[in-house]
Design a protein. Sequence first.
Length: 514
Amino acid sequence: MTDAPQLKLFNSLNRQLEPFVPVHEGEARVYTCGPTVYNYPHIGNMRAYVFADVLGRTLSWRGYKLTHIINITDVGHLTDDADAGEDKLEKMAAKQKQSIWDIAEHYTKAFKDDISALNIRQPAQWSVATDYIAEMIDFAKKIEPKHCYQLDSGLYFDVSTVEDYGRLARAVTEEGEGRIDTVEGKRNAADFAIWRTTPAGETRQMEWDSPWGRGAPGWHLECSVMGGKLLGFPFDIHTGGIDHREIHHPNEIAQNQAYCGCGGLDDAAHSGAKIWMHNNFLVVRSGKMSKSSGEFLRLQLLIDKGYSPVAYRMMCLQAHYRSELEFSWEGLGAALTRLKRMVMAVEQLKNRHAELVSASRSSTPASSEQPEPFVQEAGWTLKQVQGDDWGKLAPAIEKFQAALADDLNTSIALTALEEALTIKKVDPAQKLRAVSAMDAVLGLGLLDLARTDLRIRPKDAVITEAEIEDALERRKAARVEKDFATSDAIRDELAAKGVDVMDGDPLGWEWKLA
Ligand SMILES: Nc1ncnc2c1ncn2[C@@H]1O[C@H](COP(=O)(O)OP(=O)(O)OP(=O)(O)O)[C@@H](O)[C@H]1O
Ligand SMILES: [Zn+2]
């Protein structure tokens, strides 16, 4: 068995593939920008976390001890990423006439529900921004003398005080390209508030005392502080959606440079993280799916329409994380069918293996050699896969390893997994181990899913699943009795309630809701 090729990841800082060489031997420390919890996450947001999850699973599979942090932004993210507008949470709280804390709690729970439904592993820690206010003030105090200046509206970061500002975004910093210069007195258009002072005569629901007056931290400051505090500068990888490459992460990097010693960005000791990775957008026909535009699809809608959430995970894995992915219901249906085929193949393997075990139990004395029971183990070890049939499985496994090592090419990794499933004359237990090991990286949960879990069953269907199964049982009995009139009547009855009976369906479905 050849070792897996070196893991290479695309670093947005220099727009190149780079070998992953950990800062701390044997460890991988990853920070992922979390959601701003002022609204439900949409499936575009969740693409960012499926990507970060595959990255984390890949690092675990490669044997690194992973520390993954995802934050929860419950303060500081303004309606405009640059520096203008209102705090997203304050605005929603006012609209819904609720406390910010209740808004944050409600939408954090909704986010975590989606995380579980998509088989995204829990990070080592969910860091909540408002738990780190004291650390944010300390950080700002440290960089203030050389890098900040105060205006009535808050403490501002002067981007001209650090080398290479905006390189991540490839922005023209002089002009502050794409920025909105709305604040009187800013030295450079791209300067941003790291502390926003509450205007005189106003109160905010979330505000704290600081050397710059009562107010709240800036969004960019939060991530610099939590990343540095929880992972230590420099850490290995920082991730987020591609929109973060334009403003949020350049600003985080500038703060990190100020904090860590101001050198240029070719040295991770200054930018805070060695590799900055960004997933591309999930788009719909009208453009990027976005919370702020008000029109978006929640994972719950997909579930209510009857789709397993894992079909959406499959849809994400089918595309490379750096490519745009267009959502369509047809695409989701195709991803579901692909998932169903894999689950059916795994079910067959499990059955064949169970048959072998029971046949050998009945034909050999208990003490003699019997087929090993298959035990699903967490994580990937090649030892689990090696055995007599290793040679037959090796090409698929090597392809799988190479695909993931090549900047997480999940789309090819999926085809390698399908190839492994179709290889003939392999001991089923050994094949199950290979599939389980591959799935530990892709996170589809193939060994836990049953074909019936993937049946499309919309929430608003007028008939329950138990009623359908019961009618089908009665129909089966009628057919055994050659009572075709009853069988047809039951079929028509089901059709009237929107159920198509699917005799002889190649995927083994007995029915579907029309
Ligand atoms: N359409 C999308 N496709 C993929 N990732 C996205 C998309 N929209 C946002 N993201 C990413 O989702 C993560 C969470 O974003 P966040 O909760 O801050 O969204 P937001 O900026 O409030 O919402 P929106 O951008 O939808 O208005 C970020 O990493 C962001 O880059
Ligand atoms: Zn962030």
